[in-house]
Write a protein that binds this ligand. Structure first.
Ligand code: NAP
Length: 269
């Protein structure tokens, strides 16, 4: 049993309405911006204290979904929780349960909105199994809920290539296609869902194009002005078979508009 502690909180005096976990992450930052732009009072949860000099419009609660520290106080008063935090592993299941339990203790029955990944039930990656189990925690929480699954964000695809910048070659997953979507567009959809009625599992959200990983890798190299050969990387195992079979794609839900090249060019930011 974790003792609730007061969060270190700062920001405006507005009544907090929406809690965004992971509000410092790629997606969460955009969700916070989108909700604030709609005039909603927002509080984000982070393990870190608010950086000195941050004058953002949202409130800030310091807490940790792994230890439970600060979570009760972060949840208090929230009518909606947009759960974007991830530990990138098995820990997401316990973290999500901890969040839902805190929401029950708060007594206000907040609407719990969760972001998941397309294909968590088709690609047997340990992280995806954890996301699927976390989806179930949300659906069985007894709270009003909404779950959106999205394909890979543009920045994740770019980071895979950027991480190899010191290598004389760039590796791309052989036989694997991606359908990258812009995190800003996913955040817009999440913000809409957060202000709407609880909807259960909503239609998946994919980017506008399904592209070979090698092609996306070449686009990243071009945008960064790096010249090197792109070599195919063949990985064994069921998870990569699942990727090669396209289990993580949502071609029937290609609703994102921003292409990977537009993201790389930063033209639509
Ligand atoms: N990236 C993708 O391609 C993609 C695609 C579809 C769905 N998603 C889902 O979208 C969500 C956000 O992904 P992202 O790429 O934006 O993540 P990210 O940039 O890696 O951010 C992760 C966030 O989780 C928070 N966090 C980590 N451990 C925590 C803990 N123990 N307690 C509280 N907060 C914790 C971090 O906050 P602090 O470090 O400030 O504590 C950070 O804000 C995830 O659920 C992910 O599965 C991602």
């Amino acid at each position: 049993m974790v003792e609730p502690v007061e969060p270190v909180e700062s920001g405006t005096d507005a009544e907090p309405l929406v809690l965004v976990t992971g509000g410092t992450g790629t997606l969460g930052r955009a969700v916070v911006r989108g909700l604030s732009a709609r005039g909603l009072a927002v509080r984000l949860l982070s393990r870190r204290p608010r950086p000195a000099g941050d004058r953002g419009p949202c409130r800030w609660a310091t807490g940790d979904l792994t230890t439970g520290e600060g979570v009760d106080a972060a949840v208090s008063g929230a009518g909606v929780i947009v759960h974007c935090a991830t530990t990138l592993g098995r820990g997401d299941v316990a973290a999500t349960r901890r969040l839902a339990d805190a929401a029950h203790r708060a007594g206000s029955r907040p609407h719990l909105v969760y972001i998941s990944i397309v294909g968590v039930d088709r690609v047997p990656l340990p992280y995806y199994r954890a996301k699927l189990a976390a989806e179930r925690v949300v659906a069985e929480s007894g709270l009003p809920w909404t779950v959106l699954r999205a394909t890979q964000f543009h920045d994740l695809i770019a980071r895979v290539t950027d991480a190899q910048r010191l290598s004389p070659v760039a590796l791309a997953l052989a036989g694997v296609r991606f359908q990258p979507v812009d995190a800003e567009e996913v955040a817009e959809r999440l913000a809409d869902l957060a202000v709407g009625e609880p909807a259960g599992r909503v239609p998946d959200m994919g980017g506008p194009q399904v592209r070979d990983h090698a092609e996306l890798t070449r686009a990243t190299l071009r945008a960064r002005g790096r010249r090197r050969p792109v070599l195919p990387l063949w990985l064994p195992g069921a998870a990569f078979r699942g990727y090669r079979a396209g289990g993580h794609l949502a071609p029937d839900h290609a609703v994102g508009r921003i292409t990977y090249e537009e993201y790389l060019a930063g033209a639509v930011r």
